[in-house]
Design a protein around this ligand. Sequence first.
Ligand code: ADP
Ligand code: MG
Length: 542
Amino acid sequence: QYQGLAGRSTNEVLQLYSAHGQQQKLQRSSVLTQLHGAIKKRLQQDLKSLHSFALELSKNFQRQSKTYLYQVLTAVQGIQLQNEAMQMFQIKAVDLEQSLQEVTERYEKEKQRRRALHNSLVELRGNIRVHCRIRPLLPFDTAAGHSISQDRQRNFSEKVAYAIDDETVLVKCNRPGHASINKTFQFDRVYSASESQDTVFADVAPLLTSLLDGYNVCIMAYGQTGSGKTYTMLGPQLEENFAFSTEDESELGIIPRATQEVFRLISEKPPGSYWVEVSVVEVYNNEIFDLLSKDSYGKAFGVKRDVVTTREGKSNVPLLTHETVENACEFLHLVNKGIQLRVRHPTLVHAHSSRSHLVVTLTITAIVSGDNSGASWEDEQTRGLLKEVSCTFPQKMRDNKSTSSSGASSPAQLEATEKLKQVKTRLQLVDLAGSECVGMSGVTGAALRETSFINRSLSALADVLGAIAEQRSHVPYRNSKLTHLLQDSVGGDAKLLVMLCISPDQKYLTESMQSLGFGTRARQVQRGQVKKKNFPGQSKAK
Ligand code: ADP
Ligand code: MG
């Protein structure tokens, strides 16, 4: 094109340019028009499909939201229904809870009534109350190295004795090669391993009220060594010579608690109308030792004493030391001193095993007026005692002679009026020696002798109970010093509570069965109604 232009004039060139430009413009505009048309068409198509897509989407959306809404509605309705049901259940639960509480209360009341009736029956028949305490499994139950028997040496620990309710013990044991045992025993009260010293004492406390109402009371712990007798009667024994751990009062056993309770009850009475004496006796190898006696230098040492039967048929230990005490502290101090003299022999079963029977006696003397009607044997007996009243009265009272002018506590006045009498009731607290069988504890020599004495005295106790149960005319109290000493308590002149102590471990199955058998037999003993002495300001029999 440019070569062609070489020979032309400027005008021509300009005209050519302009024509060319217009041609190009025309061409471009027609292309543009075509393009525009195509784009427009395309856009219209896209718009149409977009529109139909949007329409479809919105329809879908509407459909789905309807479905979801329906689902949400159904769920909300479900929740509402559930809520209503829940409220109904709650109301029902509250109702049930209330009725359960009512039933429990009724049950408790019924149980108490039944207990009270049972207690009255026990009183009337003169039954021996038997409580059974199952101690917890303890580390020494599993300790290896017991040279007991082959069978027992195995280092296992398995519970076989259970408190299934507060009156029933279940012994259940399935050992390969042994007859399986599944036996229940009923007692007046059964304590499980978790029941505290407090709970045990709460059941004992009413007996102490009886004591001040004029009844003799005896509480005796029976069971094999290590089963918790001393724990139950005294509390945990920290060291060989340490009887009461005063640091933790909740751990104290029956003896310290009973003493505190007796002094508390006395403090509610008119001052000077009661006084308390203590004696601590040990029965070891069928000999009675007075643990409060002192030598001529005032040093404590256990003197051998004898037990005799008085003309009235009561057992008595002549010359036995009775110390007057003013409060629980003094009492426990003396008991502690007595216990320190107690003969112990650490057997292999339990290092602190006591190889003797311990009898702590708390005697309460009250002054009563002579015209009190319904005199019992003790009143008659004390008539004789009155003649020597000035020497049987505690030292403090005798010392008061010249100064005292306050009523009954003056022996001088007593002798002058002859109308006043002293009446004694006695609380005997007995921690028996272990009831395990000979041969079990791996003891030999002197210790074997001890064990055989223990076994003899305990079987004498069982024989005595058997004779009373069968109402035989002769009861062999004198077969053993233990039964002779406890004759009055066991033979019907006291409310007697036997606290059976049981080790729950399988190792001690034989001993536990033996103890449970003893308790069961003791429960069957009927001794006739227990006699009551006439105490001042007497309330009704408990
Ligand atoms: P026992 O006088 O019958 O030979 P112990 O009273 O000395 O037996 O008891 C043996 C051990 O078991 C002691 O260490 C004692 O503290 C412990 N024990 C006994 N009964 C219980 C109990 N209920 N709870 C906790 N420990 C106990
Ligand atoms: Mg003991």
